[in-house]
Design a protein around this ligand. Sequence first.
Ligand SMILES: Cc1cc2nc3c(=O)[nH]c(=O)nc-3n(C[C@H](O)[C@H](O)[C@H](O)COP(=O)(O)O)c2cc1C
Length: 408
Amino acid sequence: MKRQLPKRRDLAPLLTFKKPTLSPKQRRLASALTIEDLRRIAKRRTPRPAFDYTDGAADGEVSLARAREAFGDVQFNPAILRDVSKVDTSREILGSRVALPFGIAPTGFTRMMQTEGEIAGATAAAAAGIPYSLSTMGTTSIEDVAAANPLGRNWFQLYMWKDRERSMALVDRAAKAGYDTLMVTVDVPLAGARLRDVRNGMTIPPTLTPRTVLNAIPRPAWWMNFLTTEPLAFASLDSWSGTVADLLDTMFDPTVTYEDLAWIRDQWPGKVSVKGVQSVADARRLADVGVDAIVLSNHGGRQLDRAPVPFHLLPRVVKEVGSDLEVHLDTGIMSGQDIVAAIAHGADFTLIGRAYLYGLMAGGREGVDRTIEILQGQIERTMRLLGVSTLDELEPGHVTQLMRWGPR
Ligand SMILES: Cc1cc2nc3c(=O)[nH]c(=O)nc-3n(C[C@H](O)[C@H](O)[C@H](O)COP(=O)(O)O)c2cc1C
């Protein structure tokens, strides 16, 4: 082999140094390439009770693990030699166009995860052209979210309280504030057993014990935010001091039935979606009641543990009711690939819960932007590699669900 001394002319193009990013937050977020990376950053920066409240699920956390595993067990079947120079990820959902096939799921007590809370979620969603869902258990008011997101789409998630008049007053406020969809959550007749919260002594608002103080030492930014911004409280509920599970059990009505749902639907001027559907039979009954969408969901595994995996249920539900209403899906989504797989199997739309909260905890509004950016990149790349350029071209043949578990 003939060797030579490197010439200055040949070295110059190799010696290009990246301009350093000054903001530590930008550096931190740019280093996250996956939602799992954002989760790791979130864990480092958030006190344990708040992180575990978000990250955890019910009982043995089997529902959540299986849901994630089901997405992991997907085999993509690409088609070759298609023109995929352009890709369009938009579609019509509940009456208007969304830029991406996912929206932000309703999550309670969001300012506890990171102080920018609901406003970060709503403004990031608006900037990306996707819907934002505000929970009944939110920590920012219906009107403040609407004001922060005047051009975006807001959905209001309803938990029916025992005091129906007060619940419907919330629904009324959401309609007046311009929310276009009412999402009624039906899988919480009582709270699931969130054991991490019990073990951590998680209360609302967080209480200072010797353990929380020790845990706070390496997480000064969270505590600084917590202590110097508006005190944490539910925006639509009375103040509460106790555990979330006790709150749910005290406030929420376990007697709600299909008849009540039809009544709620008649009170709402916009679209109605029902969240927490877990069987083909219930999907059929809801189609007969005449709602606009259902969300196949087991609440991110936070309610009934070992519940059906929504992604497994999806093809049968789409076959039964797909032409009567929109079928949305959540639980376990940690990547754009998961979303593409759900759309290929017939979901019209998906929702992300934790994926958004990990971003929020990792970096507030910019962290949520990063979550959306990561998912968008993964969706676009996966679609193009599969040989499709629109969501409507995705079909069940693009995805084989490899089953580890099946009913005997
Ligand atoms: C911290 C947290 C709080 C939640 N709060 C609510 C809520 O107030 N109302 C509701 O309908 N669902 C709530 N959910 C469930 C989400 O809307 C969604 O169904 C679930 O997070 C989807 O699973 P994923 O986290 O794996 O994406 C919550 C989920 C989390 C993680």
